[in-house]
Design a protein around this ligand. Sequence first.
Ligand code: ARG
Length: 458
Amino acid sequence: MDKMWAGRFSKALDKEADDFNSSIHFDSRMYKQDITGSMAHASMLAAKNIISKEDSETIIDSLSLILEDLQSGKLEFDMDAEDIHMFIESELTKRIGDVGKRLHTARSRNDQVALDIRLYLRDEADEIIVLIKDLLKAINNQAKLHKNAIMPGYTHLQRAQPITFAHHLLAYAMMLTRDIGRLEDAKKRMNQSPLGCCALAGTTYDTDRNMTAKALGFDSITLNSIDGVSDIDFCVELLSAFSTIMMHLSRLSEEIILWSSWEFRFVELDDSYTTGSSIMPQKKNSDMAELVRGKTGRVYGDLIAMLTALKGLPLAYNKDMQEDKEAIFDAIDTVKKCLKIFAPMIDTMTVLEENMKKAAGEGFINATDLADYLVKKGMPFRTAYKHVGQIVGYCIKIGFILENLPIEEYKKFDALFDEDLYKEISLETCVNKRISEGSTGPLSVEKQIQFITEFLND
Ligand code: ARG
C-alpha cells in the first residue's frame, strides 16, 4: 500500500522496516475510538466552516458504515496499513474519494492517537471497575456466610490471635475499594481532550477544541498542545493501579494456595477452578490462583517497560511512544482475565470452618487475652505479659494448652488466676470481646460488610 506520506520520498520503505514500524496488529483494537474521534472532528470542522456541511455529513455517514462493516466482519483490517489511523482514513478515501481527504484538516496523527488511547482507556478502566466490583461482591458474600468462622490470624505466618474468616476476607475487600479509587482518580486526570493539539504546536485554523471535547465526553481540554501530544502519564498511572490490583490478587492467591494445602485445609476450591496432575491421582492443584500470582510479574513488567520507554524522551511526539500500547493492552487483558477468574473462584470456594477452628485452638493464640485477663484484674500489662509467656513455655513443656491447664497450675504462677479465666480465653470470647473500631469483633465486621454493600450500591 502506498504511504500517505510517500510524496517526499523517492523509494519505498524496506519490507522489514515497514513491518517493524507498523502498529496495526495491536492498535486496530482502537478502531471504534478512532472512528468516533474522527466523527466529532468532522462535525467541528463543519461547524467552524473549515469544511462544508455536506462534506462533513458524507464523511460522518461513511465513517459510520465503516464502523458497522468492521463490527460485522464485512471489512477486515489491512495488516499492511501503518496503523489504525491510516487504515481508517484510507478506507474512507477509498469509499468517498476526495471528500475523505478533507478529514485530516487541522489534525495530526499525534493528537489523533493521543485522543484514541484516552477514549479507549477510559472505557477499559470502567470495565475493570465493574470486574473489581464483581469480585468485591463475591468476597462480601463469603464474609456474610462466614461471619462467625473463627480462624487463626497470623503475623510472620505464625498463629497470632483469633479472628474471623470474614474479617480476614474483608481486609482484601478494603484493598479492592482503594483499587477502584485509584482507577477513578486516574480517569479524572486522563479525561482531558488532546484533540486539536495537532502535531505539537496547534493550528492556524479557527477550530473549537471545546466542542469536540464536549462531544466526546471529556471534562476539559489539555491546555498545552505539546503536553497534549506527549503526555502518557495516564498510562503510567493506570499501569501502576493495575500493578497494585495484581499485587492484591497475588497476595490473596498465595493465601488461597496455602489454605487449600493439606497442611491447612481451610478452604477447598471448586473442581471447576482446580486441575489435577498427570501422574499423581490424588492431586488437586490451585492453578488459577497460581497463574494469577505468576501473571502479577507480567503486569509489573508492563509498568516498568512503560516508564523506561518514557525516560529521556524529548518533547514532543517520538515513535517510542507507540510502545505504550502493547504494554497497556497486555496489562488490561491480563488484569481482566485474572479478575474474571477470581470472582467465581471465590464465590464457589468451600470454607472448611471446622478446620479453621481446630487450627485456632492449637497455637496459644489466646495468650494476649490471658494477659489482658490479668490486666483487667489490676496487673500492669508488662508483668502480665511475662507471666503468660512463662505459662505458655510451661504448657509446651508438659504438653498442655491454655484451655486445659488446670487452675491449680495457674495459681502457682499468680493468685489472681481464677476459674473465670477459661471463659475469658475461649476463642469465641476472644473474638466477641474485640470491641475496638475496625477489629475482628462482630459489630465491626457487620459494619465492614455494610460498608462494602453500600460501596457496591453506589
Ligand atoms: N501509530 C502511531 C502511535 O501509535 C501513531 C502516531 C504516529 N505519529 C507519527 N508522527 N508518526 O504512536
